[in-house]
Write a protein that binds this ligand. Structure first.
Ligand code: ATP
Length: 347
């Protein structure tokens, strides 16, 4: 039960600590293995993502990850591999995903009774592609007055994503997968993405499928979210729509996620490092706690995963010790402590 732990920065260390506490309450024999990435790694090894850390994560196979602050306009990062090859990434968060060959980020976002108001029945999984699109870091300046960015889309990645979405639907009893794109305006690139989706959909006649333009999807998520079950979408649309979903259910602090590859999986909240509230002890740990539950499910500990999820939802619905983003005056560790107690009681 060795699991990697990447603490991140900003609110990362506090929400990670809170999450480990809740996961330990399940009684499973975890051995947490800290993986040094970020500022500390930069100070010690001269690079925020040393290749040894990548190798360690590949060996561990599972990790919990806190977010990293990405400085605007300074995020780009070059990783030189042991065979001398080089890859450029737009940010450290992106580099971790791609160095580990993680290709899909499912973000299951659910409303919570007593917290999410009109959206308490909200239940949508945003299935975000995470290897290409405009986050492939293929961009450059053209003199001082222009710049361009490539929206990379390949048959391989679009097909792999769609297959994952339909398999996930079958495995989790979901009824429908909706492809979200903008193939009317970006007809070749998003057109290929949609074509691959439709080809895969034909192989899954038991699962309903359709497609919606990304602007309309934003509108329908607010007006009629029940028309969605799983949203299969590209990197940037998935990034934006999952924050929208988090806002609808009440807070970015409620939206979990996982980055899944064929061999390694890293579980992290949808939100960033929230530097505005870092170090105050008031960050909402729920998104990362639910990401931890997602990890348990992925590892095959379905009962423990369910207990963590239900305990979290019941503590939130009770409305005590909520963090300020949910309208309370509680603390990160206070809320995690309540959830950990509930997990132990239920067990
Ligand atoms: P990124 O681009 O990495 O997603 P960002 O700067 O765009 O980062 P976040 O760091 O996610 O955005 O923060 C957006 C807002 O949401 C901030 O006001 C932040 O305080 C709030 N927020 C994010 N996560 C949490 C959390 N866990 N608890 C409370 N508030 C949060």
């Amino acid at each position: 039960m060795r699991v990697g732990v990447i603490y991140g920065n900003g609110i990362g260390p506090e929400i990670t600590e809170a999450t480990l506490k809740v996961l330990e309450a399940t009684g499973l024999p975890f051995e947490w293995v800290p993986v040094m990435i970020g500022d500390e790694a930069y100070d010690r090894f001269g690079h925020p993502l040393p290749q040894d850390a990548v190798e360690l994560l590949k060996e561990l196979k599972y990790a919990i990850k806190g977010p990293f602050i990405v400085n605007k306009m300074k995020g780009r990062l070059s990783c030189v591999h042991k065979d001398g090859s080089e890859a450029i990434y737009p940010s450290l968060n992106n580099a971790i995903r791609r160095e580990l060959n993680l290709f899909v980020c499912p973000r299951p976002i659910r409303g919570v009774p007593g917290i999410s108001g009109a959206y308490e029945d909200f239940d949508v999984v945003v299935m975000r592609e995470i290897t290409e699109d405009v986050y492939a870091a293929i961009e450059h300046s053209i003199g001082n007055d222009a710049a361009e960015c490539v929206k990379l889309t390949t048959r391989k990645a679009a097909t792999r994503l769609a297959e994952f979405s339909f398999e996930y639907a079958r495995a989790h009893g979901r009824k429908k997968v909706t492809c979200v794109h903008k193939a009317n305006a970006i007809s070749i690139t998003d057109g290929l993405f949609l074509t691959c989706f439709r080809e895969v959909a034909e192989r899954y006649p038991d699962i309903e499928s359709d497609d919606v333009m990304v602007d309309a999807a934003a509108y329908y998520l607010v007006k009629d979210p029940k028309r969605f079950d799983i949203i299969n979408t590209s990197n940037q649309y998935g990034d934006i729509l999952s924050d929208l979903c988090a806002g609808l259910v009440g807070s970015l602090g409620l939206a979990p996620g996982g980055n899944i590859g064929t061999e390694v999986a890293v579980f992290e909240a949808s939100h960033g490092a929230a530097p505005d509230i870092a170090g105050k002890g008031i960050a909402n740990p729920v998104a990362l706690i639910l990401s931890g539950a997602f990890m348990l499910r992925h590892m095959g500990f379905v009962r423990e995963a369910q207990i963590v999820e239900e305990s979290t939802r019941s503590v939130l619905s009770a409305g005590k010790d909520l963090t300020p983003d949910l309208g309370g005056s509680g603390t990160c560790m206070g809320l995690a402590g309540m959830i950990a107690r509930k997990v132990k009681e239920t067990l």
